[in-house]
Write a protein that binds this ligand. Structure first.
Ligand SMILES: [Zn+2]
Length: 109
């Protein structure tokens, strides 16, 4: 883990790399030895949210035959009006993968 900050925002003491236990889940953090303040990176907090089931917009990759599949959250399907037979266009973006829905009816000639 990288030390993303040097000193505690509260008391200005040098922070140390630490294994914090937050609600029973071990996370990497920086901890202030003086006041006990803990600092987390956003990826550690995302890990925490997933493990505690707080993140609703996360799905696990699975396998179906030779394919890797992922289930869509129902509210996303509803919001975008995605129907069986529609297409999803994958685009690489700096943050990861963007899926653009394309309704099958738009492809009809
Ligand atoms: Zn402190």
């Amino acid at each position: 883990m990288k030390k993303f900050m040097e000193t505690c925002y509260k008391c200005n003491t040098n922070v140390k790399i630490f294994k914090c236990i937050k609600e029973g889940i071990e996370l990497n953090c920086l901890k202030c030895p003086k006041c006990g303040e803990e600092y987390f990176t956003s990826s550690e907090l995302t890990k925490f949210d997933i493990l505690t089931g707080r993140r609703k917009m996360v799905r696990k990759f699975g396998v179906l035959g030779d394919s890797t599949v992922i289930r869509f959250p129902p509210n996303v399907v509803k919001h975008y009006g995605i129907k069986p037979g529609d297409f999803g266009i994958f685009e690489e973006v700096p943050e990861g993968i963007l899926i653009k829905p394309l309704p099958a009816k738009e492809l009809k000639r």
